[in-house]
Ligand binder design. Structure first.
Ligand code: AMP
Ligand code: GLY
Length: 421
């Protein structure tokens, strides 16, 4: 199968690594990719957000499946354009991608479908925002309504800070003030063909920049999979997943289908386990980053078959994907001053030593080769991944590897999966 992956981050690198593990190997290329991806597959200098450019390229090059990594191409209508030309695409049309792109849309779908989520009020003016903050009380949760590249959500005890966040995002549109939800967070990915869903194994992401969940929210600083503590609460991972399928994923997919905006692609359920039960805090319309880097290394079922079946309405005929009993941990190496204003363009060294560790892979998040040197090009630079037969082992491997990498000013969290046994 000839596959084109769109995107340039560690998530796309992890998707490509999983595809290249298959026997027989599919033919894979990536647009635009990064230095790590370019070392493994051909990369194409193509704007992944340009529906015409992507579609023309796919037609001319007989691409059989396009896998859309990030949200921006979805919101730009790249999947719509590909479908119109009859090309199989893993990723929803623009209308269904609003599940991620518009929190108001997501809340409405959840309300209609009876999916459990936090109470929220949409505010279009500062006065409305103030009233909502006072209605819910502290801790305050303020969210930008549209896409905000991981910077749209503020959770704070400080009313003035909440109001300042609302003021900033009101200039870009409306905001949502939400009830604070307390509990463990879980990311569960489900493949959807518009009617049927198949679950992947759950993961947990570390969203805050600093150890012990201090500092600002980021795109994600680390992750691990599976979540052994689910067994105590639900009996097993499968029972937890069954509950999410029944109460969250299928109602959502069916609601979208009933509204003629079928969701074909990856339904990312961002969940919180509160004392009152499971609540959805967000949906995304794509694989999570960095969770993908710990979910896909454990996947035993060939990924290309799953993605193609989702893209072509064929999930109903497939069994649930299988996962190895190995565990996986990823630690993200971030640029100095990430997430505020990352300093980029610095040389990265030590990768060969890091990669010599047992069970270690490195997914590149933002790298380029310039005059033969590997340099950082963004906030999250590398996602160092280690698998092992225990969390103690996988963690030790991941931290030993990341300790070998040199990037001036870089930082990473030291507590990823620290409390998991
Ligand atoms: P989101 O972009 O909606 O995933 O939010 C980013 C992060 O903010 C989440 O991963 C949570 O850690 C936190 N968050 C979002 N909504 C809530 C909420 N209602 N209560 C508590 N924390 C939240
Ligand atoms: N890791 C969170 C996300 O991908 O949105």
């Amino acid at each position: 199968m000839k596959i084109l992956v769109l995107g340039s981050g560690a998530r796309e690198h992890a998707i490509i690594t999983a595809l290249l593990r298959e026997q027989p190997r599919p033919s894979v290329e990536c647009a635009p990719g990064n230095a790590g991806i370019a070392a493994e597959v051909p990369v194409v200098a193509l704007d992944p957000n340009d529906p015409v450019a992507v579609t023309d390229y796919a037609v001319l090059n007989s691409i059989e499946l396009v896998v859309i990594g990030p949200e921006a191409p979805l919101v730009a209508g790249v999947a719509d354009a590909l479908r119109t030309r009859g090309i199989a695409v893993f990723g929803p049309d623009r209308a269904a991608a609003a599940l991620e792109g518009s929190k108001t849309f997501a809340k409405r779908i959840m309300d209609e479908a009876g999916v459990p989520t936090g109470r929220a009020v949409r505010a279009g003016t500062l006065a409305e925002a103030e009233a909502a903050l006072d209605e819910f009380g502290a801790p305050y949760v303020v969210k930008a309504d549209g896409l905000a590249a991981g910077k749209g959500v503020l959770v704070t005890e400080d009313r003035a800070a909440g109001l300042a966040h609302a003021t900033f995002w009101l200039e870009h549109g409306s905001v949502l003030i939400e009830e604070f939800l307390d509990g463990q967070e879980i990311s569960l990915f489900l493949l959807s063909d518009g009617q049927n869903v198949l679950p992947l194994s759950p993961a947990q992401d570390y969203k805050r920049a600093l150890d012990r969940d201090a500092g600002p929210n980021t795109g994600g600083m680390g992750a691990y999979s599976p979540l052994p503590w689910l067994d105590a609460q639900f009996g097993s991972e499968n029972e937890f997943v069954d509950e999410i399928i029944a109460t969250v994923a299928l109602p959502t997919v069916r609601q979208l289908a009933a509204e003629s905006t079928p969701f074909v692609g990856l339904l990312y359920c961002g969940l919180i386990l509160t004392d009152a039960g499971i609540r959805v805090i967000e949906f995304n319309a794509r694989f999570g980053d960095p969770e993908t880097q710990v979910v896909l290394p454990r996947l035993l079922t060939p990924l290309s078959g799953l993605l193609f079946a989702a893209a072509t309405g064929g999930l109903g005929a497939l069994a649930r994907p299988e996962f190895s009993a190995d565990v996986a941990v990823t630690v993200v190496l971030a640029s100095e001053n990430y997430p505020q204003d990352p300093l980029v363009g610095r040389e990265i060294t030590g990768l060969a030593a890091a990669l010599s560790g047992h069970g270690v892979t490195i997914a590149h998040a933002a790298t380029a080769l310039i005059d033969g040197a590997l340099v950082s090009t963004g906030g999250r630079v590398l996602s160092v991944v280690a698998v092992g037969d225990s969390f103690t082992q996988a963690r030790a491997r991941a931290y030993e590897a990341i300790g070998q990498v040199h990037l001036a000013g870089a930082h990473f969290r030291t507590d990823i999966a620290a409390r998991v046994t």
